[in-house]
Design a binder for this molecule. Structure first.
Ligand code: ADP
Length: 481
C-alpha cells in the first residue's frame, strides 16, 4: 500500500516534469503575461490617448467652423457636426449675440449661464481673454477637471469678429468603455484557449521524437543493435543531427559488439588450441616419453612451438590494441628503403619460394624503420603462405613524390567480396580456422595500423587464382638514381 502510494506520487511528480506539461505551462504563462501587459496598457493609456484624439478632432472641427463663418455658409449644418462628434459649439459675435449648437445635451458646459460656484471654470473670463488676446489667433484650451475641454478661438469674418467656443467631454463614453472591456474579456478567453490548444499540439509534436528515441534507447540498452532512431516527421535540424548521431553510434556499437563476439570466438579458438596441445603433450611426457629421450625431445619441441605461437599471438594482440588506441609512438628516422628490404629478404632465404626484388632507384624515406620493416614482413610472410609454388616479387616504384612498396604473389588470390575485409582483425578468408602456426588473422590489421600511423596510403589488388599485390606508399626524402 505504502509502495503504491509512493509510486503514484512519483508518477504524479514526473508528469509535472514532462515536456508536454511544461510546454503547455510556458505557453500559457507567456500568453497570460502578454494579456496582463495589454490590460495594463489599455487601462493606463486609453484615457490620455482618447483625450489627445479628442483635442485633435476639436481643433479640426474649429477649422471647419471658421471656414464656414468666413465664407458665409449657413451654420445650420453645425447641428449635425455637433451631434456626430458629441460636442457643443458656440459662436458669439461683436454684439454679444450667441448661437449654440448642442450635440451633448446637458453635458454642454458653455451653454450654461447659471451662476458659477467658486473655483469653477469662468466662461465669461475666458471669452474676455480670447478677445483681449493680442495676435487674434489665441487658442484657448482649458482642462476642466479631467472630464472636458473647452477650446476657444477668434474668427475674423467680413461681418465682424466672432468668438468660437467648442466644448467636448474627453472621458470615453461608458458604453464604449464597457464594449472595449467586454471585447477584452472575450479576447483573453480566446487567447488562453488558443495558447492551450497550440501548446498541446506543439508539445505533442516536440515530444514525439523524444518518446520514440527513448523507446529506441531502451531497446539499444537491451543490446538490440538493429534499432533505429527517428525524428518522427519533425524536421528540425537539432533532431536530425541527434538521430543521425545516435544511429551512427548504434552502428558503431553494433560493429564493436560483433568484433567482441568475433574476438571471443577467435581468441578462444586460437588460445585454446595451443593450450590443449601443450596440455596433451605434457601429459604424454608424463605418461610415456619421460624415459625416452628421442620422443621426449619431439614432444618438447611441440610444446615449445605452441608456447611460441601463444607468445606471438599475445604480442600481436597487444601491439594491435596499442596501435588502435594511438598509444604507440613512432621513432621516425630517415633510412634507405632498398637496404631494409634486402635485409628482410635474407630472413626468408631458407624458404623454397623464389623471391625477386625490383627497384627503379635507391630511396631514402622517413618513418619508423622497425615498424615499416614489420609491415613488409607481414606482407611478405603472407605472400609466402598464399603464393603456393609461384614466385614472389617485391617492387619499389616512384609515384610522384611517394614510393610504392609492393609485395606481389601469383598464388590463390582473393575473392572480390573478401578484399575489403582482409585488413580487419581476426578476419580470415578460410573460416574453418585452419590453424597455421604463423597466422592469427592479425598480420594485416597490424600492418594497416602502422601504415595509418605514418599517414600513408595502402591497398591490395587481387584476382582469384591469379595472385595479389599488397602495397603501401611512403613519402620520399631523397632519390638516388
Ligand atoms: P593471417 O595471419 O590469417 O594471414 P592476415 O591479417 O595477415 O592474417 O591476413 C588476413 C587474411 O587475408 C588471411 O587469412 C588470408 O585469407 C588473406 N590474405 C592475406 N594475404 C594474402 C595473400 N597474399 N593472398 C591471398 N590471401 C591473403
Amino acid at each position: 500500500m505504502v509502495i503504491s502510494l509512493k509510486q503514484s506520487r512519483d508518477s504524479f511528480k514526473s508528469k509535472f516534469k514532462g515536456l508536454r506539461f511544461n510546454t503547455w505551462l510556458i505557453f500559457t504563462l507567456f500568453a497570460s503575461a502578454i494579456l496582463i501587459m495589454l490590460w495594463f496598457l489599455q487601462l493606463n493609456l486609453l484615457p490620455p490617448y482618447y483625450r489627445a484624439a479628442k483635442i485633435g478632432s476639436v481643433k479640426s472641427i474649429a477649422d471647419n467652423v471658421e471656414t464656414m463663418v468666413i465664407s458665409d455658409q449657413p451654420l445650420s449644418a453645425l447641428y449635425q457636426t455637433a451631434r456626430e462628434n458629441s460636442l457643443c459649439v458656440q459662436l458669439v459675435d461683436n454684439f454679444g449675440h450667441t448661437s449654440t449648437f448642442n450635440g451633448i445635451g446637458t453635458g454642454c458646459y458653455i451653454d450654461k449661464m447659471a451662476p458659477k460656484n467658486p473655483g469653477e471654470f469662468d466662461f465669461d473670463e475666458m471669452k474676455e481673454n480670447i478677445v483681449k488676446s493680442r495676435d487674434f489667433e489665441y487658442n484657448y484650451l482649458i482642462d476642466y477637471g479631467s472630464e472636458m475641454i473647452v477650446y476657444g478661438r477668434i474668427v475674423d469674418a467680413h461681418l465682424g469678429r466672432y468668438v468660437l467656443l467648442i466644448n467636448a467631454p474627453v472621458t470615453p463614453e461608458k458604453a464604449g468603455l464597457e464594449l472595449i472591456q467586454n471585447q477584452f474579456v472575450l479576447m483573453t478567453i480566446l487567447v488562453l484557449l488558443f495558447a492551450t490548444i497550440a501548446s498541446i499540439i506543439l508539445a505533442r509534436k516536440i515530444s514525439s521524437p523524444f518518446i520514440a528515441m527513448t523507446a529506441s534507447a531502451k531497446k539499444l540498452a537491451q543490446r538490440d543493435f538493429d534499432v533505429s532512431f527517428e525524428t518522427k516527421g519533425i524536421s528540425f535540424n537539432e533532431f536530425e543531427d541527434l538521430t543521425s548521431s545516435l544511429n551512427y553510434a548504434t552502428q558503431e556499437l553494433k560493429k564493436v559488439d560483433e568484433l567482441r563476439l568475433d574476438l571471443i570466438a577467435n581468441v578462444s579458438h586460437d588460445i585454446k588450441t595451443p593450450l590443449t596441445m601443450i596440455l596433451a603433450y605434457s601429459e604424454m611426457i608424463q605418461d610415456f616419453s619421460k624415459n625416452n629421450p628421442d620422443l621426449l625431445a619431439e614432444h618438447l619441441n611441440v610444446i615449445i612451438a605452441e608456447a611460441k605461437y601463444l607468445d606471438k599471438l599475445v604480442e600481436n594482440m597487444l601491439e594491435l590494441s596499442m596501435l588502435q588506441s594511438g598509444t604507440i609512438t613512432l621513432n621516425e628516422t630517415e633510412f634507405y628503403l632498398n637496404e631494409l628490404i634486402l635485409e628482410l629478404m635474407t630472413l626468408f632465404l631458407n624458404q623454397k619460394t623464389n623471391v625477386n626484388f625490383y627497384a627503379d632507384a635507391q630511396y631514402i624515406v622517413k618513418g619508423d624503420q622497425v615498424m615499416i620493416g614489420q609491415v613488409i614482413t607481414n606482407f611478405f610472410s603472407n605472400a609466402i603462405k598464399y603464393a603456393g609454388d609461384s614466385q614472389i616479387d617485391i617492387k619499389l616504384s616512384q609515384i610522384k613524390d611517394v614510393v610504392r612498396v609492393s609485395v606481389i604473389d601469383y598464388g590463390c588470390g582473393i575473392e572480390p567480396e573478401d578484399i575489403d575485409n582482409v585488413w580487419e582483425r581476426y578476419y580470415r578468408i578460410d573460416k574453418n580456422f585452419y590453424r597455421d602456426q604463423e597466422g592469427s588473422g592479425l598480420g594485416l590489421s597490424i600492418a594497416r595500423g602502422i601504415i595509418l600511423a605514418h599517414n600513408a596510403k595502402y591497398g591490395v589488388i587481387s584476382e582469384k587464382e591469379k595472385g595479389s599485390e599488397f602495397y603501401f606508399e611512403l613519402n620520399i626524402v631523397e632519390i638516388i638514381k
